[in-house]
Design a protein around this ligand. Structure first.
Ligand code: UD1
Length: 334
């Protein structure tokens, strides 16, 4: 089966392409490399022993997408390609809305033209917004977010829901990720953002590698057991496998389905720092700083629906996540 993977050179996309290839699928990567590196595509080839098909193309460009669809009979699409930096989205809202919405609309139009009716969409736990109690369940209202980035996910979920109403034979699986961290066991693929990382684990990796001086923990006075924020961190390889399960589900179903991908456990920033130190035998310099605007004190997934509908659950431990993240970070380029 040919699976188009938009954003397939990125952090989650590249791990998903490896799992697809290992399972016998034929992924076709479309990526404009605006926030990814071609070397990830090379490394997928090293890990799997086979080079994936790759097109350097931008999903907002209909001509480029049409070209890819004309070259391969695409059976399903996994759509990762998007701008994803929360802080940047606050400063550049138009760029975020234009890029993330346009790419999805263009992709849907081209899929329709070529009769492709199966889509797995990269959504986020951010769609639960600031007002739902945790653990988050899929039936809770997911209609609000805390940043333009997050709002693009809310809006795209809406677009896909409306599209499925108009096209009852279409299937869209909305995967709501919690906090993916960790890296491929080979140490060849991982989270390697351009510039100074915004997310916690790549920041920790650069501090551990001596490329940044110390970690600032954003806030130590939250109403949580140790005063630092709690999140549901899951291994990126578990997340990648979740996409394969969602793909199987989409093959057999029609309509729209939102599904959380998380472990169901919350751990704090301090607990993650301690786990990283213990797993890797490293002392991590850190200070407790002020809170970061927009951060919620705590949230994690109710992971029951993924188990029930996809027969998926996270299997890797926090220690696995920390060890693999460090294996990647110590060899990373930046
Ligand atoms: C955010 C977004 C989420 C998005 C994800 C990946 C929201 C509410 N969440 O998650 O939608 O999918 O990024 O881009 O918009 N931290 C520090 N020091 C640091 C960095 C982070 O203490 O240098 C803390 C944060 O305060 C937070 C935790 O680490 O408590 C995780 O932060 P981060 O990795 O940025 O992810 P989220 O903000 O949870």
């Amino acid at each position: 089966m040919n699976i188009l993977v938009t954003g397939g050179a990125g952090y989650i996309g590249s791990h998903t392409v490896v799992e697809l290839m290992n399972a016998g699928y034929h992924p076709i990567i479309v990526d404009d490399l605006s926030n990814a590196h071609y070397r990830a595509v090379d490394r997928i080839g090293k890990i799997t022993g086979k080079a994936p098909a790759f097109y350097m193309a931008n999903c907002t460009c209909k001509e480029q997408l049409r070209h890819v669809f004309s070259q391969h009979k695409i059976d399903a699409v996994i759509h990762f390609a998007a701008f994803k930096a929360v802080g940047e989205s606050v400063k550049k809202p138009l760029e975020y809305y234009r890029n993330n919405l346009d790419s999805t609309l263009t992709l849907l139009e081209v899929m329709e033209k070529f009769g492709c009716k199966k889509l797995v969409f990269s959504s986020s736990a951010t769609v639960y917004g600031p007002n739902n109690p945790y653990p988050y369940k899929e039936e809770m209202p997911a209609i609000q977010s805390t940043s333009p980035y997050g709002w693009t996910k809310v809006m795209i979920e809406r677009i896909l829901t409306d599209y499925c109403t108009a096209h009852p034979d279409f299937c869209a699986v909305l995967l709501r990720y919690f906090n993916p961290i960790g890296a491929h066991e080979s140490g060849l693929l991982g989270d390697d953002p351009n510039g100074i990382p915004n997310n916690l684990m790549p920041y920790i990796g650069r501090v551990a590698a001596g490329k940044l001086e110390k970690l600032t923990i954003f806030g130590g006075d939250y109403d949580t057991p140790d005063g630092t924020c709690q999140r549901d961190y899951l291994h990126v390889v578990d997340l990648a496998v979740g996409h394969l399960k969602a793909l199987e589900y989409a093959q057999a179903h029609e309509g729209v389905e939102a599904i959380n991908l998380g472990t169901g456990n919350g751990i704090s920033v301090l607990e993650l720092v301690t786990a990283f130190e213990k797993a890797n035998g490293i002392k991590l310099p850190y200070v407790i700083g002020p809170r970061r605007d927009g951060d919620l004190p705590a949230f994690w997934a109710d992971a029951a629906k993924a188990k029930e509908l996809l027969d998926w659950e996270a299997v890797y431990s926090v220690e696995d996540m920390c060890r693999s993240a460090w294996k990647f970070a110590k060899n990373a380029s930046v």
